[in-house]
Design a protein around this ligand. Sequence first.
Ligand code: BDR
Ligand code: CA
Length: 308
Amino acid sequence: RQKVILDCDPGHDDAIALLLAARHPALELLAVTTVAGNQSVEKTSLNALKVCSLANILEVPVAKGMNQPLIRPARHAADIHGDSGMDGPEMPPPTCSLVPQHAVDLLIEMLLQSDGDVVLIPTGPLTNIATAMRREPAILPKIQAISLMGGAISVGNVTASAEFNIWADPEAAALVFACGRPITMVPLEVTHQALATGEIMQRLKAMTGPVPAFVADLLTYFADSYRQVFGFPSPPIHDPCAVAALIDPDVIAYKEMHVAIECRGQWTEGRTICDIYGKTELPPNVRVGYALNFERFWTLLLDTLQLY
Ligand code: BDR
Ligand code: CA
């Protein structure tokens, strides 16, 4: 089984990414680390614990991480995810708790102790990962790869140029994208194809048990947000795509290219500059997804949810 650490900011779609990473038989989820993004790290951590309690994911440590981007004030996404960061489902308080260790310390410790066989799956701003890399560069050769949800080849979702996870902490993203380890970037072009359509919702609602019901509640709220904010007919399930990318090499189509992070643009701050045509003549540092196999993705995700 592929060892993974999920670094997330739940977040409706992060919650589903967590459920996928924890139960898919091809993965071994070593830890969940939380970061500020969709909401404060207090809120995203509480949400991670609620998901773990509900789904009985009690063997995986959950560690709270950075509450602020590296150098900027925090910017959250309450318009999409609500005041709690995971509005919608009615959830009891969690029955499990955080480990005492800081997420950055846990990341460093687990990577240093590993055989270099751990893949990081960031589905929020890259603050924890960048902080760990700065504090302990010896983790770099221990990172097998990074499969992240973030960025866009063309237009953004939080500004005209930028995608939320990169825009929320561009300096952290710049550090991670330049780290020299293999990076798979799952951008909006891919995740906007992972729509929870009416047909998908029917398949989900036909499933039994509290976990599929919870996911249906999440997606109902998420659908309202995306209808109101973007005018989308169905919501895109971003973060599970970065997990699915690791499970099934054929779920996403990729192209290797150089990607830089814009930290200073007047209009383009937080943009992922994807050099599709090799104009910079810089060597490729990222494998960028551009197309999703819709049926393959949803079958993988729904089959895994059915295991709960
Ligand atoms: C990303 O931003 C967050 O709102 C989602 O959880 C996802 O990780 C999409 O831009
Ligand atoms: Ca997220």
